[in-house]
Design a protein around this ligand. Structure first.
Ligand SMILES: [Zn+2]
Length: 418
C-alpha cells in the first residue's frame, strides 16, 4: 500500500471511531482495543478484524455512517454462508469499473437492487445500458439483438442460461466483452463460455454484495484469477486461523477495508476468500495485484448455480460406522468437463478419515451410503443428482486417522477449488 492509501485509511478509521453510529466504537471497546493512533502501516494489524456475522447481528441503523441524503439505497446481501441475509446500505460502487471500452451493455441482474449500483458504474463509462430480465430471457435476448449490445454484464450461471436465447435471436455476434461477476469461475467453465463467445474478451469482476465491485481481473492473465488492486480499498492477507498478517507472496484470507466514505464502511473485513498478494500483475500496468485461490471453509458454496451445504454433508456422513470420531472429513469441490458430452459440471471429492483401514467392499458400502444420504441443491440426493447428469460422479479418498489425532476443524469441511 502506498502512502496515499495509508492516509486514506487513517482518515476513514478516524471517521468511524468518531462518528455518530456506534458499531465500530462498540466493537473495539468490547475487544479491548483502545488505541486509535495509526502512526505506521504496521499499526493497522492491531485493529480487530471484522466478521460478516457481526454485520448480520447488528441493526443496520447502528452501522449506518452517512446521512440519508447521501445514502442511495438499501439492498440485501447474497447468501454465501448459512447466516441469514441482512440489509445493507450503499451509495455507489466505489471500485473502478473495468478498464475496457463498452458502448452498449446488457445488464442481467440477479437481484433488482443491484441495477442502481451498476447504473453509476456504467455512467462513469458513458455506456448505454439495456436492462435484461432473468425471468424473461426471450425479451432479454431480443433486446440484445435490437440494440446490438457489445458487452454483457452478468454472473457466469445466468449468462449460460441466456446463451440459447441469444443464439435463437442471433445476438451473439456483436458481443465483444463479457464482464462476469458474482460467483467463482473455473477454468473449465471459462473455456466453455469462451467457445460460445469466440469474439468476446472475458473480464472478471471481484466484489462483495456488502460493498460492491472491489477489483477487476488483469487482462494480461488468462486464468481470470489475477486481480488489480483498486485504490479505493486497502488489501491485506492474514492467516485464516490466527488472524496474523502473512507476507507478500504467501496465501492467506483476503481482508478488505473501504477507503472512501460509504454508508456502511468495512474496516478490516474478512472476505472468506483465499488469496495471495503479489507485487506486480501480468499486463502493461505492472500494478500490484492479488490471485484468488478459492473460498475458505464456508457453510454454503454455489457452483454453476448448484448449492452445496456443509450441514447436508455432515448429515449425510453422520452415523456411518468405522469413520473417525468425531467425523473427520473434507469435501473438495471442483468443476470438470464431462467426458461424455464435454459439458462442465461440479465434481465432489470426499476425503474421509477412518478409524482403521477398510476393505474395498466396506469402502464401496460407505460410498453408497454417503451418496444416498447427502442432499444437495433442492432435495436431491447425491445419487439422484449424478443420475440426472447434474454432477459428475463423486470420488472418495479414505485415510486412516489415529484415534488421538486432533485435527483442526476450524477451516470448515467445504473447500472450494474453483
Ligand atoms: Zn494487469
Amino acid at each position: 500500500m502506498n502512502e496515499n492509501s495509508f492516509e486514506k485509511f487513517r482518515r476513514i478509521f478516524s471517521f468511524v471511531v468518531n462518528a455518530g453510529a456506534p458499531f465500530y466504537r462498540n466493537k473495539y471497546r468490547q475487544a479491548g482495543f483502545s488505541s486509535i493512533s495509526l502512526d505506521r502501516v504496521e499499526d493497522v494489524r492491531h485493529i480487530p478484524l471484522l466478521h460478516r456475522s457481526e454485520l448480520a447481528h447488528c441493526p443496520v441503523g447502528q452501522r449506518h455512517y452517512m446521512p440519508w441524503q447521501e445514502t442511495l439505497f438499501a439492498g440485501y446481501t447474497s447468501g454465501t454462508t448459512s447466516g441469514d441475509l441482512f440489509p445493507l446500505l450503499r451509495n455507489y460502487n466505489i471500485g473502478e469499473p473495468p478498464d475496457i471500452e463498452m458502448y452498449k451493455v446488457l445488464l442481467l441482474p440477479v437481484q433488482p437492487w443491484r441495477v442502481i449500483a451498476y447504473a453509476e458504474t456504467f455512467r462513469k463509462k458513458k455506456a448505454f445500458v439495456v436492462c435484461g430480465d432473468m425471468h424473461n430471457m426471450e425479451v432479454t435476448a431480443s433486446m440484445a439483438q435490437i440494440f446490438a449490445v457489445d458487452t454483457i454484464y452478468a454472473t457466469p450461471a445466468s449468462i449460460l442460461l441466456l446463451v440459447p436465447y441469444l443464439q435463437k435471436y442471433r445476438a451473439l455476434a456483436s458481443v465483444r466483452s463479457l464482464i462476469l461477476h458474482g460467483e467463482p469461475l473455473s477454468n473449465a467453465r471459462r473455456e466453455s463460455i469462451q467457445r460460445t463467445f469466440p469474439h468476446a474478451a472475458i473480464h472478471i469482476q471481484y466484489g462483495l454484495s456488502e460493498i460492491g465491485n472491489v477489483s477487476s481481473s488483469c487482462p494480461g492473465d488468462q486464468s481470470g484469477a489475477l486481480f488489480h488492486l483498486d485504490e479505493h480499498f486497502w488489501y491485506e492477507t492474514v492467516d485464516a486461523e490466527t488472524g496474523e498478517a502473512v507476507p507478500l507472496g504467501k496465501q492467506g484470507e483476503l481482508i478488505l477495508t473501504t477507503l472512501e466514505y460509504v454508508p456502511t464502511p468495512l474496516i478490516r473485513y474478512r472476505t472468506g476468500d483465499l488469496a495471495v498478494l503479489v507485487s506486480e500483475c501480468s499486463c502493461n500496468k505492472k500494478t500490484r495485484a492479488f490471485v484468488l485461490l478459492g473460498r475458505i471453509g464456508f457453510d454454503v458454496i454455489k457452483i454453476g448455480g448448484f448449492e452445496f451445504r456443509a450441514a447436508a454433508f455432515e448429515k449425510g456422513i453422520e452415523g456411518i460406522p468405522d469413520l473417525a470420531e468425531p467425523n473427520i472429513f473434507e469435501v473438495h469441490l471442483y468443476e470438470e468437463r464431462a467426458e461424455s458430452d464435454g459439458s462442465v459440471k461440479p465434481r465432489i471429492r470426499f476425503r474421509i478419515g477412518t478409524v482403521r483401514s477398510l476393505t474395498e467392499e466396506k469402502k464401496r458400502s460407505i460410498q453408497g451410503d454417503v451418496l444416498q444420504r447427502t442432499i444437495v441443491g433442492r432435495m436431491l440426493s447425491l445419487e439422484e443428482a449424478v443420475q440426472r447428469g447434474l454432477l459428475l460422479p463423486p470420488q472418495f479418498e479414505f485415510a486412516t486417522i489415529a484415534p488421538d489425532t486432533s485435527i483442526s476443524r476450524k477451516r470448515g469441511i467445504l473447500i472450494n477449488h474453483i
